[in-house]
Write a protein that binds this ligand. Structure first.
Ligand code: UN1
Length: 512
């Protein structure tokens, strides 16, 4: 049974009084306990309060989920795509109706401020609606044959059972990017949400169930990456893996998937640059950098972690940027006036503070922030003040490694080409931005950018669901999710030849 008790306790200030929800795994259309008999706690990163408990899943739980997904597959693949799409559309309407409640829950489990949580839920709504439209497309190709009286086309098939592993920074949007296209294409799913934010995925499962998703089509198992994640990666019943998270773990998923010849889609880290040229609208560039660097407390793979500024405007840009950054109000994202939330957990906070120390040691100039906030409003949560480094050079650790926190580096560029070279001088290649009024330079930068996403006069964050999302170099392995490429990720292509000549025709053989 799905244990559902009131939330009143969560709002109490000092710890949890009364009952806390215990969520169950969702397997074969039923809410079930893990075979481990154990649970883990989900905490609010802004207040340290316990939000809910989740099942500490086992390999056995995953095996059951795979079995259920396998059993559900034949009927689901034969269900017309438009009917599959109807379920997505109905789900999106329920999401819309419950948007406020879901956004509040997300702010509690993830920490992102309420307006951003609303954006996260909205992204899920958009993706569900976009993919619902795909139910009437799922296009293949037709083309001419090299022979007479022969017809050629390609059609899409589902892959089968797909495994999904998602991160905590977009608790509902990223799962939706994967679940919606996978379902409309006719796949069945075994899903592991991030242990810091499983609640949003549980809500998504609940909503899909309510919208009429047949049992076994989506199965959700919570638990650790080392157990639940590992089984998903290794399980022979799973044919495709879709992973968003760190490059470190992504590599393991890739290797694990390769052993059983799975297709594997990876969306990993970023070290995204925003270039500011000397002719740019500086106020606009400052606004962009502020949102790009400190939105979601910098915990986005698309976050602006390097601001590369042409020398003549460096001083002016830096002054304006620091002034605006000082205006950020850090705290509990449910409170009015708060513009930046906490860091997801203690481990991440320690890691970010470590990078800040490394930055100082390697000679970067700490211009602002750089410390844990421990005042009355902050002491129960994981808060780091918005941090800006100046005098950062290419080879420094903070200019190379993904920090995934509210830390950004200002770097000086001699000219346009120097800026482009600095921007490309990292192992990652997700998102790029350039602020300039010079259309020629904007296009040249677009051509030279080693990235999967490119913005002109807009920040590095804020991709839209109907365009491909993903990156090059250390960010990905060649695939893209969302947009029409989301359909490519979750379908197999079958080439079909129909010979209506009535005789044997041999292709590629000179019949003359
Ligand atoms: C991520 O950080 O993993 O483009 C995803 C953006 C968001 C998605 C980010 N729409 O910033």
């Amino acid at each position: 049974m799905f244990v559902d008790v009131g939330f009143a306790c969560i709002f109490r200030r000092y710890g949890v009084i009364g009952m806390v929800k215990t969520y169950l795994n969702f397997i074969d259309g039923k809410w079930v306990r893990s075979s481990s008999g154990k649970t883990f706690d989900n905490m609010n990163p802004a207040t340290g309060e316990l939000i809910a408990r989740f099942q500490a899943g086992t390999r056995e739980d995953v095996k059951k989920a795979v079995k259920s997904a396998k059993n559900a597959f034949p009927a689901w693949r034969e269900t017309p795509a438009t009917e599959r799409a109807d379920i997505l559309l109905r789900s999106s309407l329920i999401l819309e109706k419950r948007k406020e409640e879901l956004s509040r829950l997300m702010t509690m489990e993830n920490g992102k401020i309420l307006s951003e949580a609303r954006g996260d839920v909205q992204e899920a709504i958009d993706m569900f609606q976009y993919m619902a439209g795909e139910g009437r497309r799922l296009f293949g190709e037709t083309t001419k044959s090299e022979l007479r009286n022969k017809f050629c086309m390609s059609v899409r098939d589902p892959i089968g059972v797909v495994g999904m592993i998602t991160p905590w920074n977009f608790p509902m949007a990223i799962p939706a990017w994967k679940i919606a296209p996978a379902l409309v294409c006719g796949n069945t799913i075994v899903f592991k949400p991030a242990s810091d934010t499983p609640l949003s995925v549980m809500k998504l499962a609940e909503i899909l169930d309510e919208a009429g998703l047949p049992k076994g089509v989506l199965n959700v198992v919570t638990g650790s990456g080392g157990v639940v994640g590992k089984e998903i990666v290794e399980n022979q019943g799973i044919q495709h893996l879709s992973f968003t998270g760190s490059t470190e773990v992504g590599r393991e998923v890739y290797v694990g998937g390769a052993k059983k010849l799975n297709s594997v889609e990876l969306e990993m880290g970023g070290k995204n640059p925003q270039i500011v040229l000397k002719d740019a609208d500086l106020d606009l560039a400052v606004q962009g950098a502020l949102w790009g660097a400190f939105g979601t407390s910098g915990q986005r793979c698309t976050a602006t972690s390097r601001i590369i500024v042409e020398k003549p405007v460096l001083k002016k840009f830096t002054e304006k940027f620091l002034r605006k950054t000082r205006g950020i109000r850090t705290g509990n994202g449910l409170k009015k006036g708060i513009t930046m939330g906490p860091i997801i957990n203690g481990g991440q906070m320690t890691k970010i503070l470590g990078y800040i120390e490394t930055g100082k040691k390697e000679g970067a100039k700490l211009l602002l922030g750089g410390r844990r906030l421990s005042g009355k409003e902050h002491k129960r949560g994981n808060f780091i003040s918005p941090t800006v480094f100046g005098k950062v050079t290419k080879s420094m650790t903070i200019a190379q490694e993904e920090i995934f926190g509210p830390v950004t580096c200002i770097m000086e560029a001699k000219d346009f080409m120097d800026a482009v070279n600095i921007a490309n001088s990292v192992d990652y290649g997700l998102s790029w931005s350039i602020y300039t009024r010079d259309v020629n330079k904007a296009f040249k930068a677009m051509e030279l950018a080693e990235s999967g996403i490119f913005y002109v006069n807009a920040p590095t964050i804020g991709a839209e669901v109907h365009l491909p999302f993903g990156g090059v170099k250390g960010t990905g392995n060649g695939g893209r999710e969302a947009g029409t490429t989301g359909i490519d990720e979750f379908s197999e292509i079958k080439s079909v030849f129909v010979d209506y000549s009535g005789g044997l025709q041999r292709a590629q053989i000179d019949n003359k």
